[in-house]
Design a protein around this ligand. Structure first.
Ligand code: PHE
Length: 338
């Protein structure tokens, strides 16, 4: 019996020393010291031995058990340190390696132009506001001096909703919302989506406008010309000529359309400007007294000017884009160019 025990001890300790990973130690422990382990079996059988043998074998078996456990713990500690060192070595970060470049997006051309325009007006003290895309006919038309039978309604190709609301055909209804909420002076710029039932290479059923409104005690046509002239020069260059052409909008009186010298031919005439030398950019005018009345402003107390422009149109001119649909297709080959 003693010999068997000594053999078991030597064999087990040899195996422990040879173990290369913690898993192996675990298996040895189960096999020798576990509930049905070899050494456990021997210890269980001690009771059946003769009275003389019992204390001798019991003592040796327990000593061996302690010895095996000690060697086992020692090896466990060693393997643990080795495992930790290996993982530190494997996970090492080489800080001198070049980083991974992440692909980041960029601003959409329409957003680039919008923020350029907003920035120019911000410098003149205009603040940015928004209005809703869905309007009732009152805000989109009536309050802007376009009654139901007004021929100007035909110019708008309106999308009507079942409940009688409309998708706004221009950003001008935002003027009404904001003036109703605020006392003059009002000096705002309103970028936003507008909707018209129209679609070809230069028209999209959804496009973007920027509305401007300046109302105070004595705003005059001189201010309209000054502000819009400054804006167009900042956007298209100070060498460009600008002209104010008489026009008509129901919500402004007098009204004007503002042209800039052709960006392509500088006025000598080309296909872009249809040989006129001029490109139309803005609709504008002095706010109609009826509009002031509909928002509760006294037209004898305040005056103001309003203007509106199409963002796509300006982006198409600036970037020489000929098909409006390119803006909405999200083709990366197109978008990466800006
Ligand atoms: N709302 C007009 C349009 O969509 C533009 C405009 C705005 C004209 C403000 C005059 C004043 O065509």
């Amino acid at each position: 019996m003693e010999r068997r025990l000594l053999e078991l001890k030597e064999q087990t300790i040899r195996q422990i020393k040879q173990a290369a990973v913690l898993d192996e130690l675990e298996k040895i422990a189960v096999r020798v010291l576990g509930k049905k382990g070899e050494l456990t079996d021997i210890l269980k059988g001690v009771g059946k031995l003769s009275v003389a043998e019992r204390p001798v074998v019991g003592k040796i078996a327990n000593k061996i058990k302690t010895e095996i456990k000690r060697v086992m713990e020692e090896k466990k500690g060693k393997l643990g340190i080795e495992a930790r060192e290996k993982s530190l070595k494997d996970d090492v970060v080489d800080t001198s390696l070049p980083g991974k470049r992440s692909v980041i997006g960029r601003a959409h051309p329409l957003n680039i132009i919008t923020s350029e325009i907003v920035q120019i007006f911000s410098r003149l003290g205009f603040s940015v506001k928004e209005g809703p895309d869905i309007e009732d006919e009152y805000h989109n038309f009536e309050a802007l001096n376009i009654p139901a039978d007004h021929p100007a309604r035909d110019m708008h190709d309106t999308f009507y909703m079942k409940n009688g609301n409309v998708l706004r055909t221009h950003t001008s209804p935002a003027q009404i919302h904001i003036m109703k909420k605020t006392k003059p002076p009002v000096k705002i710029i309103v970028p936003g989506k507008v909707y018209r039932c129209d679609s070809d290479i230069t028209h999209s059923p959804v496009f973007h406008q920027i509305e401007g409104l300046f109302v105070d005690r004595s705003v005059s046509v001189a201010e309209l010309k000054g502000v819009l002239g400054f804006f167009l020069h900042e956007l298209f260059g100070h060498n460009k000529k600008i002209r104010f052409r008489p026009s008509y909008f129901p919500f402004t009186e007098p009204s004007t359309e503002v042209d800039v010298q052709c960006v392509k031919c500088d006025g000598s005439g080309c296909n872009l400007c249809k040989n006129t030398g001029w490109i139309e950019i803005l609709g504008a005018g002095m706010v109609n007294r009826n509009v002031f009345r509909s928002v509760g402003y006294d037209p004898d107390e305040v005056t103001g000017f309003a203007f509106g422009l199409g963002v796509e149109r300006i982006a198409m001119l600036q970037y020489e884009i000929h098909d409006i649909r390119l803006f909405y297709e999200n083709d990366l080959r197109f978008l990466k160019q800006f």
